[in-house]
Design a protein around this ligand. Structure first.
Ligand code: AMP
Ligand code: MG
Length: 405
C-alpha cells in the first residue's frame, strides 16, 4: 500500500475549486406548473401594470366624491369581469363588486356597509375621499418590475406573478442527472443473504435521498465490486446519460481502493485529500464533456458530510442557484470540543434556542461509521484542530442543516 500522493487541501480551498470547475447547466422551457423550485435562466420583468385599470377593493358603490352626503340614483353595476360601460354624471352611482372596474366619472368607492339603499336611490356618507376603496392602476405591479430574478428559485409568489402577467412557460436551468454507485466487495443489497464480513449497502439510500433533496435526478447504478474492469465499464456506461457521478467507497489508499485510479484514467483528479474530519479521502474529478465526478468515502457519516460540504453546493451551481451554500450561523457550544489530529472536524450537533442564542449539543460519539451521530442533527460545528480544543460556552461557526422549532 503506497501513501497517498495527493496534497492535503483545506476544506475552503476544495469548496472553491469544486465550484469553479462545476459547469452551470443550460436552460429548458417549462410550463409554470413544473417550475416550482427551479431557477430562471434570465430575469423576468413585468410587461404591464397590475391592476391594469382602477379596481374596486370592496363591494359597494362607485361614486363621484364631490357627491358626498348626497342621495344618488343607481344607474348600473360593475361586477368582476363585467364592467359598466356608462359614465357617472353628477348625482349618480353604480353598484360595484370587488375586482370590478371603476366606471368613468367615478373617483371613489363607498363600502356597502356605509350606505343606505332605498329603491333606485343610495345615500352615501359625507366623508367620502377621492381615491377611497379602489386600487390605482400599477399599485400592485409596475411595467418593468423584476418579478423573478435569475439565480433565485421560483416560489409560490413569483410563480403567481408570472401567471398574472400572462406567462405560460419559463426558461429554467436543467436539473443534473447524477449516476449513483456504491462500491465495495463487502456490500449486499438490503434484504439479501449476508456472507461472512458482509454488510448491507446503506450509503445508496442516504445519498439518493440527499441528491433528490438537492434537486438532482438520480440514476441508480447499484453496487460495484472492488474489481477495476467491472467498475470501469459500469462508470463509463453510466456517464453516457449523466452530468455527474457520485460514488461511495474505494477512495482510501488501500489496494482495493479503485476509484481514484479510475478517475485518473477517465479525466482529471483535482482533489484527492481534504483537511476535513470526517471525509479526508474525498475525491473530485472533471471528466470530458463538462461532467464532474465525486468520489465520496465509504464510511456512512463521511459520505454524507462531504456531500453536504462539497457536492450539494456543486449541484446547486449546476441548477443556476445564486445561493449555493447552506447558511452559516454562530452558535454557543454547551460542551468542550476537541478535534483530534490535524483536520477541522465537522461535529454534528443539535441546536436549541436559549434566550436570543442558538446553543449546540453534541450528538454523541463522532465516529465516521456512527450514523446515529447524524440523526436529528441541526448543524455541523466547525472545530479547528490542535491546542486544547474549544471550551464549553465558546461561540463557533455552524453550518445549518435545519433550525430547531
Ligand atoms: P472504504 O471507503 O471503501 O474504505 O469504506 C470504508 C468503510 O465504509 C468500510 O467499513 C465499508 O464497509 C463502509 N462502507 C463502504 N461503502 C458502504 C456502503 N455503501 N454502505 C455502508 N457502509 C459502507
Ligand atoms: Mg471499500
Amino acid at each position: 500500500m503506497k501513501a497517498s500522493t495527493y496534497p492535503l487541501l483545506d476544506a475552503s480551498e476544495v469548496e472553491r475549486l469544486v465550484l469553479e470547475l462545476t459547469p452551470i447547466l443550460g436552460a429548458e422551457e417549462l410550463p409554470l406548473e413544473r417550475c416550482r423550485g427551479r431557477v430562471p435562466a434570465a430575469d423576468i420583468l413585468a410587461d404591464r401594470d397590475l391592476p391594469a385599470w382602477p379596481a374596486s377593493a370592496v363591494d359597494g358603490y362607485a361614486v363621484r366624491s364631490a357627491d358626498r352626503g348626497g342621495s344618488l340614483r343607481v344607474i348600473g353595476e360593475a361586477a368582476a369581469g363585467r364592467p359598466f360601460d356608462g359614465e357617472l354624471e353628477p348625482g349618480t352611482a353604480a353598484r360595484i363588486l370587488t375586482g370590478g372596474v371603476l366606471p368613468a366619472g367615478a373617483d371613489a368607492v363607498v363600502m356597502v356597509e356605509d350606505t343606505r339603499e332605498e329603491g333606485v336611490m343610495v345615500t352615501i356618507p359625507d366623508t367620502v375621499a377621492p381615491g377611497a376603496n379602489y386600487h390605482q392602476p400599477g399599485a400592485d405591479l409596475r411595467r418593468g418590475d423584476l418579478i423573478a430574478a435569475r439565480g433565485e428559485p421560483l416560489d409560490a409568489a413569483r410563480l403567481a406573478l408570472a401567471a398574472s402577467v400572462g406567462l405560460t412557460t419559463i426558461a429554467v436551468h436543467r436539473r443534473p442527472r447524477v449516476a449513483l454507485m456504491s462500491t465495495g466487495d463487502e456490500l449486499v443489497e438490503p434484504g439479501g443473504r449476508l456472507g461472512p464480513g458482509q454488510i448491507y449497502d446503506s450509503n445508496r439510500f442516504a445519498l439518493g435521498a440527499v441528491l433528490e433533496e438537492a434537486g438532482a435526478k438520480v440514476v441508480p447504478l447499484g453496487l460495484a465490486p472492488d474489481e477495476p474492469e467491472t467498475l470501469r465499464s459500469l462508470v463509463v456506461e453510466a456517464l453516457k446519460e449523466a452530468n455527474a457521478l457520485v460514488t461511495s467507497g474505494g477512495v482510501s489508499v488501500g489496494t482495493h481502493d479503485l476509484v481514484k485510479p479510475l478517475l485518473e484514467r477517465l479525466g482529471d483528479v483535482h482533489v484527492g485529500r481534504v483537511k476535513l474530519k470526517p471525509g479526508k479521502p474525498f475525491t473530485f474529478a472533471t471528466l470530458p464533456d463538462s461532467r464532474v465526478a465525486f468520489g465520496l468515502p465509504g464510511f456512512p457519516v463521511s459520505s454524507l458530510v462531504t456531500f453536504e460540504v462539497f457536492v450539494r453546493p456543486a449541484l446547486r451551481r449546476m441548477q443556476g442557484f445564486r445561493q449555493v451554500h447552506r447558511p452559516r450561523l454562530q452558535v454557543r457550544l454547551d460542551y468542550d470540543a476537541r478535534a483530534p489530529g490535524d483536520r477541522t472536524e465537522y461535529q454534528r450537533v443539535t441546536l436549541k434556542r436559549v434566550g436570543g442564542e442558538l446553543v449546540a449539543s453534541s450528538t454523541g460519539s463522532q465516529s465516521s461509521s456512527r450514523l446515529m451521530s447524524l440523526v436529528g442533527a441541526h448543524a455541523f460545528v466547525l472545530i479547528p484542530p490542535g491546542g486544547d480544543g474549544i471550551a464549553k460556552g465558546t461561540i463557533v461557526d455552524a453550518l445549518i442543516l435545519d433550525l430547531p422549532a
